[in-house]
Design a protein around this ligand. Structure first.
Ligand SMILES: NC(=O)c1ccc[n+]([C@@H]2O[C@H](COP(=O)([O-])OP(=O)(O)OC[C@H]3O[C@@H](n4cnc5c(N)ncnc54)[C@H](OP(=O)(O)O)[C@@H]3O)[C@@H](O)[C@H]2O)c1
Length: 298
């Protein structure tokens, strides 16, 4: 089919999602990429100028303050980037008639519910990062109404990190033993799966609030064990640290995290027309392509 390319402006292009989207760009997408050094989303005038120049059909705001524990000490900065910055992008999008995808997080929920969270479930963030992302969601929706897609995801990893995966790869190599929490449940999500969902959402013009992660459920301990097993099976390391389960109470962190933050993706699967892969398959696929020299496992 011969159709007009869809113009997409990507902010935060140097992050995990930004890099994955650049790699996965389909032919029909005309992508303008702006990393932090080219566009700081907290600079309102610069944001407006970037939109005026690119006149995109869609903006993907992949720029965010993502240091969950550090955010407890940097509340203002986290809100400035995740709420004010997102709002500036949304305001400019409104002015130029663009649609917008605002990425958000499972950490908008408190994790008390044992059932997977639906997009309309009550939010109640436990930490500053989650609160700042929720404020971003609200400001984007206030500004763009039905022209915004809030896409919540969780436990995103990539091989170039920094992510749980890259941290584990290093610790499995360097340590004798790693302790990983067993009583926090969610879904590890390969950034490549997330990039495919973003692309599909643009293609199908999905807006509203949606959830996307890989399929299945795991604890951080399960995720760490799966990484260890893959690394050994693929011969990326010949021996690894022992992985031991611990409880959250034994592993204090600055930010509180939800105990169970599995996201219900039923509605999103329907509109995107795909179910997504099991997290274990995504992990296997990603690690199968790893160059041991480049990623320091050899
Ligand atoms: N990673 C996860 O587990 C996870 C889970 C749920 C939701 N999310 C959401 O998914 C989205 C993408 O996450 P990600 O993992 O790709 O994050 P990431 O790797 O941390 O990338 C975020 C990017 O935003 C940039 N940035 C920070 N402040 C900026 C500013 N003021 N202006 C422009 N760019 C700025 C960062 O640059 P610097 O590196 O130079 O600071 C970084 O390149 C975010 O909205 C995040 O909240 C992530």
């Amino acid at each position: 089919v011969n159709r007009r390319p869809i113009r997409v402006l990507l902010t935060g292009a140097g992050g995990q999602l930004g890099r994955a989207l650049r790699q996965a760009r389909p032919e029909w997408m005309e992508l303008t990429v702006l990393a932090r050094g080219q566009l700081d989303i907290t600079e309102k005038d610069a944001v407006a100028q970037a939109l005026a120049a690119a006149k995109p059909d869609w903006i993907v705001n992949a720029a965010a303050y993502t240091a969950v524990d550090q955010a407890e000490q940097e509340r203002e900065l986290a809100f400035h980037i995740n709420a004010d910055g997102a709002a500036y992008v949304a305001e400019a999008a409104g002015k130029y008639g663009s649609r917008m995808i605002q990425l958000s997080t499972d950490y908008v929920f408190d994790g008390v519910s044992p059932a997977p969270y639906l997009p309309d479930d009550r939010t109640n963030p436990l930490n500053v990062y989650g609160a700042s992302k929720l404020a971003g969601e609200e400001r984007v929706r206030d500004s763009l109404k039905e022209r915004a897609l809030i896409l919540r995801t969780a436990w995103v990893y990539s091989i170039d990190g920094p992510s749980f995966l890259t941290t584990m790869l290093r610790l499995l190599r360097e340590r004798d033993e790693i302790r990983v929490v067993e009583d926090q449940i969610g879904t590890p999500t390969s950034v490549e799966s997330l990039a495919q969902a973003v692309i599909a959402a643009i293609e199908k013009e999905v807006t509203g609030i949606h959830h996307w992660t890989d399929a299945g459920v795991a604890s951080w301990y399960d995720f760490a064990c799966a990484i260890r097993d893959e690394v050994l099976a693929l011969g990326l390391l010949s021996e690894t640290a022992r992985v031991r389960p611990v409880m959250t109470d034994d592993y204090p962190t600055a930010a509180r995290r939800p105990a169970s933050s599995v996201l219900d993706k039923t509605a999103t699967r329907r509109v995107l027309g795909c179910e997504g892969d099991h997290w274990r398959s995504s992990l296997h696929r990603l690690l199968s392509g790893v160059d041991p020299e480049r990623h320091g496992t050899k």
